[in-house]
Design a protein around this ligand. Structure first.
Ligand code: BG6
Length: 471
């Protein structure tokens, strides 16, 4: 039986980006530094004292100056939605400033107006791994409760300013990654190995409260806002049918899903009591915090790149080769050039898992293949990339999305990650390309920044035009 690929009418097809990975202009028009500006090697590297030229993010792909050209290309593909983030330090350069930076606000006005010209809905992440550096250095980032107030002010400012231009909002990108990367996820200046578990969970708690507060404030400012949480979606499969592996997979899943549980249910799940008790964690959770957490999200969004395998065998567990968070390799799956295991069916699985658990609308806001691309000149003399591997990857995943919709999952939309090539997050390089649009810029800083359409550009255009029927 061939699957009938039914995507809902008004399905939000599009692409996704983040300010720090593509805007560039890191110190223009009053922008303050963000933690990314001193972090040239990505997640695994270290910090520098000040921005250094080898940091690809400082220039990014220069969206700041080229947004009109880029949005025109997104429109040509037929995008219905464009996911982007606001750089907090463009609006509040130090995070704790008394007044916002008007020039920063104007930039996003121009971007939203340009998107509106083409009827593209913005989907805006408030905080995508880009905490203002001053908040990180002076307050130890989200470890400090004061960040809740600074974030509320920032959220209130942009919600008010853009209340008639933006309807879809996300609070924190991949909030569950804070557990693994407290500097990147929460701007915590204290090195991870010096951070106690209690402090780590307190940091997370502050973000969860701030996220709920943003939902509350956003709905007060415009009741039509749709505000979602955003989690890194990695389903954990038991490595074997051994019951203890199944239990381990359940626990690993909970480590991720705990964040969505709080966002959707408005309180901490009971299983966390045991985690806290066994790790001697006593959180500072006020009565007011508890009240705030009750402001739950309108939808759940997530990124999906890979699944992971869980095992109760401590020897196997140390391999950490399955994906960028570790995990044990799945013998049934192949991996990308960067070792990320490719699992389209895992996307159907997690869509069903999340929908069964929450019965709330879902939104896939990241999915894609980071690969080496070769720029060639075709017979017509145009520069392009024959990225059949990317088309296959996305096609295979979208077929599984259609399966999940047929299973009954309520899905709002799908945005591919890095719809235009941008600087990668984990490795801060440009040669790991995700886009439908090639950007002529290289890791040694050379390149003209010209944009070229890859083969996948036309393919995605057809996917959108047919509302998924060509898959
Ligand atoms: C997600 C992030 O983890 O994965 C993005 O939200 C990131 O910021 C994306 O770019 C892909 O990861 P990478 O390391 O290949 O850029």
């Amino acid at each position: 039986n061939k699957l009938e690929k039914k995507f809902p009418e008004n399905f939000l097809w599009g692409g996704a980006t983040a300010a720090n990975q593509f805007e560039g202009a890191y110190n223009e028009d009053g922008k303050g530094l963000s933690i990314q500006d001193i972090y040239p090697q990505g997640i695994k590297g270290g910090r520098t004292d000040k921005p250094t030229e080898d940091n690809m993010k400082l220039v990014g792909i220069d969206f700041y100056h080229r947004y009109k050209e880029d949005i025109a290309l997104f429109a040509e593909m037929g995008f219905k939605v464009f996911r982007m983030s606001i750089a907090w330090s463009r609006i509040f350069p130090n995070g704790d400033d008394s007044k916002p930076n008007e020039k920063g606000l104007e930039f996003y006005d121009k971007v939203f107006d340009e998107l509106a010209r083409y009827d593209i809905e913005p989907l805006v992440t408030l905080s995508h791994y880009e905490t203002p550096l001053a908040l990180s250095k002076n307050y130890d980032g989200w470890k400090n409760r004061k960040l809740i107030d600074f974030f509320e002010k920032y959220a209130r400012t942009v919600f008010t300013r853009y209340k008639d231009k933006v309807k879809y909002w996300l609070t924190f990108n991949e909030i569950n990654s804070t557990l693994h990367y407290p500097y990147m996820g929460a701007g915590v200046w204290t090195p991870k190995d010096k951070l106690s578990k209690e402090d780590l969970y307190q940091t997370i708690h502050h973000k969860l409260v701030a996220s709920a507060l943003a939902v509350k404030v956003g709905h007060e400012i415009n009741p039509d806002f749709k505000i979602g949480c955003m989690i890194l979606g990695i389903p954990n499969y038991p490595l074997t049918p051994k019951p203890s592996d199944v239990i381990k997979a359940m626990q690993d899943d909970r480590q991720n899903l705990f964040f969505a549980d709080v966002h959707v249910r408005g309180e901490y799940p009971k299983y966390m009591n045991r985690v806290f008790k066994e790790n001697n964690i006593e959180l500072d959770i006020s009565t007011e915090d508890k009240e705030t957490l009750k402001y739950t999200v309108d939808f759940i969004s997530f990124s999906y790149y890979m699944s992971s395998c869980s095992t109760s065998d401590p020897k196997k567990n140390t391999q950490g080769e399955g994906n960028f968070l570790g995990g044990v390799p799945n013998p049934y799956l192949e991996a990308s050039d960067w070792g990320w295991q490719i699992d389209p069916e895992g996307l159907r699985y997690i869509l069903n898992q999340l929908y069964d658990r929450y019965q709330k609308p879902l939104f896939i806001v990241e999915n894609g293949l980071g690969a080496y691309d070769e720029l060639i000149t075709d017979e017509a003399g145009n520069k392009t990339v024959n990225d059949d591997y990317r088309i296959k990857y996305l096609n295979d995943h979208l077929v599984q999305v259609a399966e999940a919709i047929a299973d009954g999952v309520e899905l709002m939309g799908y945005t591919t990650w890095g719809c235009i090539d941008l600087v990668s997050n984990s490795t801060a390089e440009l040669r790991k390309r995700y886009g439908f649009i090639y950007v002529d810029r290289y890791d040694d800083g050379t390149g003209t920044l010209a944009r070229y359409k890859k083969k996948s550009f036309d393919w995605y255009k057809d996917v959108i035009a047919s509302n998924g029927q060509i898959l």
